[in-house]
Ligand binder design. Structure first.
Ligand SMILES: [Zn+2]
Length: 405
C-alpha cells in the first residue's frame, strides 16, 4: 500500500517494516484494568499510561507505540476469570470438545501458555484423558478451583513462559488471550517456533492453537472500550495469519468465534509444506478502510455516550454498568465518567465485589445489590452476555432498561 511520504512512520513489531502510522491517541488510561483495588482512593491513584495506536501498512498489525512493558505487573492481585458467567464457560467447554475431537487429543501432552487459573487446560485434560503443563505468572493455587481438585496429570508453573521452558514439549500448545499482551509479537513467535521444532528422533509434531481478540470487530463497531493499556498488540485475521506464515508455520485453520469477538488460529510447523495465506485473511485495503471508518466515527461515538449519560443524570435516572472488566475501565476513563454520574458497576465474580474500578473509582457490586439500588438503566458492556443479564434481572424481579454498547 502507498504511504504519504509526509506522514511519520514507525517500526512494526509484527513484521519489522517501518510502515506503521498513528491513527488513534488516548492519554492516561489505567495501566492495570483487572486488579482488585480495595478502596476508592487506591482506584483513583491507579497508575496511568498512554495509548498511541499505529496501523502497519505492510501486515495490518496494530500496536500501541507508547507501550512500556516495564510498567506492567501480573501479580496475585490480578483476576481476569470469567468462569462465573455461564455464557463464557459454555463457550470454553464447546471449544475444548472441538479441539479434542479435531486433533484426537487423547493420552497426549498439552501445554498452555498464559493459562490463567487453569480452567481451560484442565477441561482439555479431563475430556481427553491428557496430561499437561500450564504457565502463568498470575496462577494462584489456592484460588484456582482446579488447582485443588484436579491436580492429577497437570503441573502449573507460576511464571512467564520463556526460552528456559523449551524443554517442555507438547503435542498441543495452547495460547489463549495472551499474545495481545506481548509487544514483540515476532520475537515471541520466533521463540515458539524454535521450541516446537520437530526433532529428528521424535515423531512428535506439535499443533499450535492461539486465540486473540478480533480487532476487526473493534474497528467495525468503533468499540473504543476494547482498547486497553494491557493490550499492546491488536490482531485481525490478516495480521495473525501473516505472523504465523512469516515463522514458517502452516495455517490449518483461521476463524472467528464468540460472536466474532475472538480470532482462533490452528497451525503446525510447515517443514516443506506450503505456508499460503488462509482464505479468511482479509485484504489489506479492506482493513485500511476499517481503520479510516474507526477514526471517522470515534468522535461521534464519544459525543453519543457523553450526551446519553448527561441526559439520564438530568432526568434523575440511575445507571449502572454490567461487567467490571477491562471494557468498563476503558469506557469510563475514555468518556471521563466519574462516580458523580455513575456510581456502580455490577459483576458476577464474588472476588471483585466491594473493590473499585481503576481510574474512575466506581464500586463493584453484586447483582443482588441491585434489589436495593433499583437502577433505571443497565448498560451491558459485552452484548454477548445480554441474555444472561436479562435473565438475572428477571430473577431479581427487576425490569430496568437494558442497553448494549
Ligand atoms: Zn507490520
Amino acid at each position: 500500500m502507498q504511504l504519504n511520504p509526509d506522514v511519520p512512520t514507525h517500526v512494526c513489531p509484527n513484521c519489522c517494516n517501518n510502515r506503521a502510522v498513528v491513527f488513534y491517541q488516548v492519554d492516561q488510561l489505567p495501566i492495570h484494568t483487572v486488579q482488585l483495588l480495595r478502596s476508592r482512593q487506591e482506584a483513583l491513584d491507579a497508575p496511568l499510561g498512554n495509548i498511541t495506536l499505529g496501523f502497519c501498512h505492510t501486515c495490518g498489525f496494530i500496536t500501541n507505540l507508547s507501550f512500556d512493558p516495564d510498567t506492567l505487573q501480573y501479580n496475585n492481585n490480578y483476576d481476569n476469570t470469567r468462569r462465573h458467567s455461564h455464557t463464557f464457560s459454555g463457550f470454553e467447554k464447546e471449544l475444548a470438545v472441538y479441539l479434542v475431537n479435531r486433533y484426537a487429543l487423547h493420552g497426549k501432552t498439552i501445554l498452555e501458555i498464559g493459562c490463567g487459573q487453569g480452567e481451560f487446560i484442565t477441561t482439555l485434560c479431563e475430556i481427553g484423558n491428557n496430561v499437561g503443563v500450564g504457565f502463568d505468572p498470575a496462577f494462584v493455587r489456592q484460588r484456582s478451583s482446579v488447582g485443588l481438585t484436579s491436580q492429577a496429570g497437570i503441573t502449573f508453573i507460576q511464571d512467564v513462559y520463556s526460552e528456559k521452558y523449551a524443554n517442555y514439549r507438547g503435542d498441543f500448545v495452547v495460547c489463549k488471550m495472551t499474545l495481545e499482551h506481548l509487544p514483540e509479537t515476532a520475537v515471541f513467535l520466533n521463540m515458539m517456533r524454535r521450541a516446537i521444532e520437530p526433532k529428528a528422533n521424535l515423531e512428535l509434531e506439535t499443533i499450535l492453537f492461539f486465540q486473540v481478540p478480533n480487532t476487526r470487530h473493534l474497528l467495525n463497531e468503533v468499540a473504543f472500550w476494547d482498547i486497553h493499556y494491557e493490550h499492546c498488540s491488536y490482531f485481525t485475521p490478516a495480521s495473525l495469519g501473516y505472523l504465523f506464515r512469516q515463522h514458517n508455520l502452516e495455517i490449518l485453520d483461521l476463524y472467528t468465534g464468540f460472536d466474532d469477538q475472538y480470532i482462533m488460529i490452528e497451525a503446525r510447523p510447515a517443514n516443506g509444506r506450503l505456508s499460503t495465506p488462509h482464505p479468511n485473511e482479509e485484504p489489506l485495503e479492506e482493513l485500511a478502510d476499517d481503520v479510516v471508518h474507526f477514526t471517522k466515527i470515534y468522535p461521534q461515538k464519544l459525543s453519543y455516550w457523553r450526551n446519553a449519560i448527561s441526559e439520564w443524570r438530568a432526568r434523575g435516572q440511575k445507571v449502572v454498568l454490567w461487567g467490571a472488566g477491562s471494557k468498563s475501565v476503558s469506557f469510563l476513563t475514555t468518556l471521563g465518567i466519574t462516580t458523580t454520574h455513575l456510581k456502580y458497576v455490577v459483576d458476577v465474580n464474588p472476588r471483585k465485589i466491594g473493590t473499585h474500578i481503576a481510574g474512575t473509582g466506581q464500586k463493584i457490586i453484586s447483582p443482588q445489590f441491585l434489589e436495593i439500588y433499583r437502577p433505571d438503566i443497565v448498560i451491558v458492556m459485552n452484548p454477548i452476555y445480554q441474555d444472561e443479564v436479562r435473565h438475572t434481572l428477571y430473577e431479581l424481579d427487576l425490569t430496568p432498561q437494558i442497553i448494549g454498547v
